[in-house]
Design a protein around this ligand. Structure first.
Ligand SMILES: *[C@@H]1O[C@H](CO)[C@@H](O)[C@H](O)[C@H]1NC(C)=O
Ligand SMILES: *[C@@H]1O[C@H](CO)[C@@H](O)[C@H](O)[C@H]1NC(C)=O
Ligand SMILES: *[C@@H]1O[C@H](CO)[C@@H](O)[C@H](O)[C@H]1NC(C)=O
Ligand SMILES: *[C@@H]1O[C@H](CO)[C@@H](O)[C@H](O)[C@H]1NC(C)=O
Ligand SMILES: *[C@@H]1O[C@H](CO)[C@@H](O)[C@H](O)[C@H]1NC(C)=O
Ligand SMILES: *[C@@H]1O[C@H](CO)[C@@H](O)[C@H](O)[C@H]1NC(C)=O
Ligand SMILES: *[C@@H]1O[C@H](CO)[C@@H](O)[C@H](O)[C@H]1NC(C)=O
Ligand SMILES: *[C@@H]1O[C@H](CO)[C@@H](O)[C@H](O)[C@H]1NC(C)=O
Ligand SMILES: *[C@@H]1O[C@H](CO)[C@@H](O)[C@H](O)[C@H]1NC(C)=O
Length: 476
């Protein structure tokens, strides 16, 4: 493993010609973890290394002094907090994903530049921060009952999604696969029957079966020798089919709400980046495979390659590059037309796996003008918390605050000030005293309603067959 880390860091970079990257926004899946079938699942050391390697990969491409696509004006060795914006669900695996990625993006300063790593005190003593100059990147954690959680995990606690994905289970397509795959699943009854229940070792639990097999295959020597890799692959294909259909249906967009919400989160952050003329240079969001799949479907990636209908590997990343098509370009004065955006995806962190550009929205070209890109994305996105609440028919506390009488305006203000993604990035631009006061009122109401609604929160949790639709066992 260490060898691969070192290899990654010495890749000599060839600068990109005819392009100036102004900012990059990344959405990442977590690395290897214990099975999410069990409560309190955690990222493994392997998973941490995967996320760290992913951060290193992005460092070598966009941050380091000789990076191939170095972001204009980014600080290569030491973290400049004003240039970075990280947001992750306040939940161990996905928060750690952001942390480990950050460790790779900005490794300990002592390993990069001893002089920068030390500070001199008034009395002349030199001092370095702990762990060889470990660099902290601030990560915003989004609690599961905070409005901004929807941009990262928009299908959680969303009744419309839960209702609609249930429809898959009554479709002919589902019944056929359930029936035709039972012979395949039967072989796992001795291994999984005690864990899942005998009757549950079937396509009805395709993801759980795959997840239990896969985690054991990677982590548990005594079980892994009982699993044939071809069978694991087959279990994966079936889980692909199940999850794709749970998260995408072209004729029923309620099933894609997670992708529409992520699209909204991406829109807000890109708008903030452009508003501050790319003072925000690197943004990271973390989330789950289901959100990846829904987003892939939403932006027509499945028509580019059916590979997008498969579960992305651990620590996969999608990236949005904000750039100009010229060397050493300054930020354009007319971003709508002159700024460009392109979408890239990297499937896992294998050493032969590169970040690759793909065209979105059924277009031919990978790069699009910012204005056209944003309008295509906006057409498909959920762009406000109140919009999400309505679309989902959700009872989340922040939704109740939204629809309560006489408070709608206050909550809207909360939504677009302190807690909004865009403002965090824009350094609080426009957050005036009035909004602050209104926000406090909105927050007070939300806290009040939180208390009042505590019990109903848990009663909203979706069906149990999908252990990831519960509030505490989020999909990861
Ligand atoms: C200098 O100040 C630091 C922090 O107060 C202290 O730990 C250190 O012992 C001081 N060094 C000397 C030489 O006084
Ligand atoms: C979900 O389905 C239930 C039962 O069919 C129904 O009562 C509820 O209104 C639906 N909710 C949404 C948001 O569609
Ligand atoms: C897709 O949605 C349509 C319309 O609601 C429904 O008839 C169809 O069964 C769904 N397909 C799957 C595979 O869920
Ligand atoms: C399910 O498969 C069995 C044979 O494996 C077949 O007899 C039966 O008709 C199938 N049922 C459906 C609903 O396809
Ligand atoms: C099978 O799965 C269902 C749904 O998750 C669960 O309610 C049931 O308890 C499981 N059966 C056994 C024997 O564990
Ligand atoms: C491996 O799996 C077996 C069987 O489920 C279990 O008893 C054992 O504790 C597991 N070992 C580890 C290291 O998780
Ligand atoms: C990512 O890799 C997995 C297999 O590891 C595959 O099933 C999936 O289709 C791949 N996705 C893309 C977009 O290449
Ligand atoms: C861009 O800037 C770099 C560093 O200042 C310089 O070496 C290079 O020649 C410039 N390229 C162009 C095309 O102006
Ligand atoms: C708000 O209050 C008015 C009058 O008190 C009432 O007519 C209206 O239905 C209420 N609206 C909501 C959303 O509760």
């Amino acid at each position: 493993m260490f060898k691969s880390i070192i290899l990654l860091t010495v890749v000599a970079a060839v600068p990109a010609f005819g392009r100036t990257v102004h900012s990059v926004l990344v959405f990442s899946r977590h690395g290897d973890r214990t099975s999410k079938f069990y409560k309190n699942y955690q990222m493994t050391n392997l998973g941490a290394v995967q996320c760290f390697n992913s951060g290193t990969y992005y460092r070598n491409r966009y941050v380091a002094a000789r990076a191939s696509d170095q972001i204009a004006g980014i600080s290569p060795p030491d973290v400049d907090h004003s240039q970075l914006w990280f947001s992750a669900p306040d939940q161990s695996v996905l928060f750690q994903t952001a942390q480990n990625f950050a460790q790779g993006l900005y490794p300990p300063l002592g390993s990069l530049d001893e002089d920068l790593a030390t500070e001199e005190l008034a009395n002349g003593t030199s001092i370095e921060s702990p762990l060889n100059g470990y660099q902290c990147i601030h990560i915003q954690g989004e609690a599961e009952n905070a409005p901004d959680t929807i941009w990262l995990k928009g299908d959680d606690e969303c009744p419309a999604w839960t209702n609609d994905s249930k429809e898959y289970k009554v479709s002919d397509q589902y019944q056929q696969t359930l029936n035709s795959s039972q012979g395949f699943y039967d072989q796992f009854v001795p291994l999984l029957g005690d864990i899942l229940g005998l009757e549950n070792v079937s396509y009805a639990q395709a993801y759980n079966v795959f997840d239990l097999l896969n985690t054991a295959y990677v982590q548990n020597a005594s079980v892994s020798e009982q699993i044939v890799s071809e069978d694991l692959a087959e279990a994966r294909y079936l889980a692909d089919e199940w999850e794709w259909n749970m998260n995408f249906n072209a004729s029923n967009l309620d099933r894609v709400i997670g992708g529409m919400s992520l699209a909204g989160g991406i829109l807000r952050q890109l708008e903030a980046v452009v508003q501050d003329e790319a003072a925000t240079k690197f943004s990271l969001m973390t989330g789950s495979y289901d959100t990846f799949l829904a987003f892939f479907g939403l932006v027509d990636l499945a028509s580019v390659s059916t590979d997008f209908m498969g579960l992305p590997d651990y620590a996969s990343t999608m990236a949005f590059e904000v750039f100009s098509e010229a060397d050493n370009a300054s930020f354009p004065t007319n971003p709508e037309d002159d700024l460009r955006i392109r979408y890239l995806f990297r499937n896992g962190t294998g050493s032969d796996e590169e970040l690759t550009a793909y065209p979105l929205f059924g277009q031919e070209d990978e790069a699009m003008a910012y204005g056209a890109f944003m309008s295509s994305l906006r057409d498909r996105a959920i762009t406000s918390v109140s919009g999400w609440c309505k679309r989902c028919g959700a009872n989340a506390d922040f939704c109740l605050a939204e629809t309560s009488n006489g408070t709608a305006e206050q909550v809207t203000a909360t939504e677009s000030s302190g807690s909004a993604l865009s403002n965090a990035a824009a350094g609080g631009i426009g957050a005036g005293v009035t909004i602050a006061v209104v926000a406090i009122l909105g927050l007070a109401l939300w806290v009040f309603l939180s208390k009042r609604r505590k019990q109903t929160w848990s009663s909203m949790i979706g069906e149990k067959t999908r252990s990831d639709s519960g509030s505490s066992s989020n999909v990861v």
